[in-house]
Design a protein around this ligand. Structure first.
Ligand code: NDP
Ligand code: A1CAB
Length: 264
């Protein structure tokens, strides 16, 4: 059985993805902090909603999906009840496998995961790293769980905070850019709905080309940028405002914030 502890936004998205991929509701359980949340999950997915301790005792894969700030309390509650040999998968930003291992019985394997919200549409980017007691079989179990909802990549744990900043938060940067572009459409006098449709379809088209054409993003951008044309006029302004440097610094700041979260 797989139990998702703290089925909020990410936990629920994973839960629904795993069910879409064909697992039976009887193979899954989840926990929630509030009864109304528990009732909603029970009704929506027909799965068992249980307590953290009961889940820790019985599920052979435990997925920890609470906020980093709630991880210490959750681990204190479940730590003594996790049998050795059961797998613990953490989805939390910043929290290291060593932090988790120190709060579990000796030898419990831990896999650290950073996924992102496109789990909802089976287009997640999930990166996984083995803790010190996790081996190939545990990474394979994590891959089996996550591959139905998107891509999975193995990385050293030292890169997890960077991956959190890049792909964990990544969708937010694209949404932010879309918002800003829609505002530009408003500035140019477009109706909001039309601006949104133009920007979203441009984003989808660009994303599919990035994924499927095999071309480097620089070449794709150059193909749009005609000599003396419109695109280069926009690019000049983006460069003048230091947008590339802002992106570098923003993602570094997200990585640094992940490191801070590890400290509690
Ligand atoms: N949102 C995102 O884009 C991403 C998030 N993450 C990571 O995923 C994790 C979850 O984030 P997200 O889903 O956004 O957060 P949510 O707050 O939506 O989900 C966490 C859930 O855990 C519940 N909870 C907290 N403590 C307990 C407990 N002791 N027992 C049972 N349930 C508990 C919360 O209850 P309550 O509803 O009462 O608060 C909440 O429903 C975080 O660690 C985050 O770093 C990773 C990648 C992307
Ligand atoms: O903002 C956050 O902390 C979480 C982690 C990655 C995406 N959202």
């Amino acid at each position: 059985m797989i139990a998702i502890l703290g089925a909020g936004k990410m936990g629920e998205a994973l839960l629904s993805g795993v069910l879409r991929a064909g697992r039976r509701p009887a193979e899954l359980a989840a926990t929630a902090r509030r009864e109304e949340r528990a009732a909603l999950l029970r009704e929506r997915y027909g799965i068992e909603i249980t307590t953290n301790v009961a889940a820790a005792r019985t599920a052979d894969t435990l997925v920890l999906a609470v906020k980093p700030q709630d991880m210490g309390v959750l681990l204190e509650e479940i730590g003594p009840h996790v049998p050795p040999g059961h797998l613990v998968i953490s989805m939390a930003a910043g929290i290291t496998s060593a932090f988790i291992e120190a709060r579990l019985p000796e030898g419990v394997p831990v896999v650290r995961v950073m996924s992102n919200t496109p789990v909802h549409v089976d287009e997640a980017m999930s990166v996984i790293s083995a803790g010190s007691h996790a081996g190939e079989e545990h990474l394979k179990l994590a891959e089996e769980l996550l591959s139905p909802v998107g891509k999975v990549l193995r990385i050293p744990e030292s890169l997890q905070d960077g991956a959190t900043a890049l792909s964990g938060s990544g969708p937010a940067y694209f949404y932010y850019l879309v918002e800003a572009m829609v505002d530009a459409g408003i500035l140019l006098g477009m109706p909001r709905a039309a601006a949104l449709e133009m920007v979203v379809q441009s984003a989808v088209g660009a994303a599919v080309m990035l994924r499927d054409s095999g071309e480097h993003p620089v070449l794709l951008r150059e193909a749009v940028t005609s000599p003396g044309g419109t695109t280069i006029a926009a690019i000049r302004e983006l460069e003048r405002h230091g947008v590339r440097a802002a992106v570098l610094e923003a993602i570094e700041a997200a990585r640094n914030r992940g490191r801070e979260l590890a400290g509690g």
